[in-house]
Write a protein that binds this ligand. Structure first.
Ligand SMILES: [Cu+2]
Length: 410
């Protein structure tokens, strides 16, 4: 592959740009599916088209999944932009599908799903229903682009797939039925079981990250390096992130192995959610977004023992110029990349404290299940709890409302 720097600029702004500074939202996958069938359809068609791009090109699914897996947080940006481009084609000629408003969805594995599918049905099914440009408005079944990735061709001599059994499997697998057979299949019931049984712990850990004073510092909530040396600091996003990889992939499933994880399409839904949790944490702790530290061993873009700060270039992620790199300072706000989350619609609030209250309400509503019940049971605090709950529902409605209120489709 050519050593080209592809600028990371995010999906395009809606045109004309809204006067209030709002940007389109990334929506939870189950909400996107049930609240916005048209964008959902667009997503599946775009992902399908994207996965068929020539594996030899940098910006194919294969090119991105195989080469950029190293830096989990940034890959969905790249992915979102490319998916956006793919979404243009199936949308034509109907402009009402609003491909410019399409944003890659996330899978919130720490919030209780209304339908009880702790692993989304839409990701675990081999087939899925869509309306294609050729199907005359009728729903037809296709191979589900969220289910797996078929290697075309599998190329074991390229060096990408040097490990057995990965170099023999023609597609990405979850809980492979055999670790030696070329014909292994995914065992979907197992990741559903794992996600269901681990749900309570995941929800509690996310709540802890968002609420515990020990987790207010970026170095504490972002990674587990600190945990080893400083007892008393617990869950980090990195720890939670890893546990999802393993719960979804199972033994020798693609998600469980760093080098191969991005070939399972659920990787992107998962990492968009990690990006979202960072955005929420930053909203709650706006001055804590970087670590000034010596780099230790270094990497292929970071010199050994060099000091990293908020203005250190984040190679290889080039900005719009194509020749300079993003920095932590420059990449603080997701709005710089033309997207936000239901929780992080800053433009709706007059003051920082109103905004933070709303974010805290979201966190309580989504992840604070147990403490919420406790408060309601206590007579003294029943009223404040009820007020907080009502406020939260209002904010949630506002959050999802943008998606729901989009102009009706033709
Ligand atoms: Cu990851």
């Amino acid at each position: 592959m050519a050593a080209t720097n592809h600028p990371v600029v995010g999906a395009p702004k809606p045109s004309p740009a809204p006067a209030d500074g709002s940007v389109p939202l990334r929506i939870e996958i189950r909400d996107l599916q049930s609240n916005n069938p048209d964008q959902w359809n667009l997503y599946l068609l775009a992902l399908n088209a994207f996965k068929k791009l020539d594996e030899k090109t940098d910006l194919s699914y294969y090119g991105i999944a195989g080469k950029i897996y190293l830096i989990c947080i940034w890959t969905p940006l790249t992915m979102s932009k490319v998916l956006q481009a793919s979404s243009q084609a199936p949308a034509k000629p109907s402009s009402s599908r609003q491909p410019r408003r399409f944003r890659i969805p996330y899978w919130d594995w720490a919030a209780a799903p209304a339908s009880g599918d702790y692993f989304p049905n839409s990701v675990g099914s081999p087939k899925i229903t869509v309306i294609t440009p050729q199907s005359n408005g009728k729903a037809v079944q296709i191979q589900n682009p969220l289910y797996s990735y078929n290697f075309r061709p599998l190329n074991p001599v390229s060096g990408d797939f040097v490990d057995l059994p990965f170099r023999t499997w023609p597609k990405a697998l979850r809980y492979p039925s055999s670790t030696t057979s070329v014909n292994a299949v995914s065992q979907e019931d197992q990741e559903l079981q794992a996600m269901t049984s681990q749900f309570g712990g995941l929800q509690g850990n996310v709540n802890l990250l968002m609420s515990d004073p020990n987790c207010k510092d970026f170095s504490a909530f972002s990674n587990h390096a600190r945990q080893q040396n400083e007892p008393g600091t617990f869950a980090s996003i990195e720890d939670i992130c890893k546990s999802i990889h393993v719960a979804v992939g199972g033994e020798l499933g693609h998600m469980s192995e760093l080098e191969y994880s991005a070939f399972d399409p659920v990787f992107w839904l998962h990492h968009v959610n990690v990006d979202r949790l960072f955005a929420v944490l930053q909203a709650l702790n706006p001055t804590s977004y970087t670590i000034n530290k010596r780099a230790g061993d270094g990497t292929f873009v970071i010199n050994r023992n060099s000091t990293k700060t908020a203005t250190t270039p984040l190679a290889p992620f080039a900005d719009a110029t194509g020749s300079r790199y993003w920095t932590s300072e420059g990449a603080r706000q997701t709005t710089s990349f033309n997207y936000a989350y239901p929780e992080t619609q800053r433009w709706k609030f007059n003051t920082d404290s109103d905004y933070q209250n709303s974010v805290r309400n979201y966190v309580q509503q989504l992840y604070g299940g147990i403490s919420n019940q406790f408060m309601v049971m206590s007579a003294a605090s029943a009223k404040p709890a009820a007020v907080a709950k009502a406020k939260t529902e209002e904010s949630l409605e506002e959050g999802l409302g943008q998606n729901v209120r989009e102009p009706p489709v033709a």
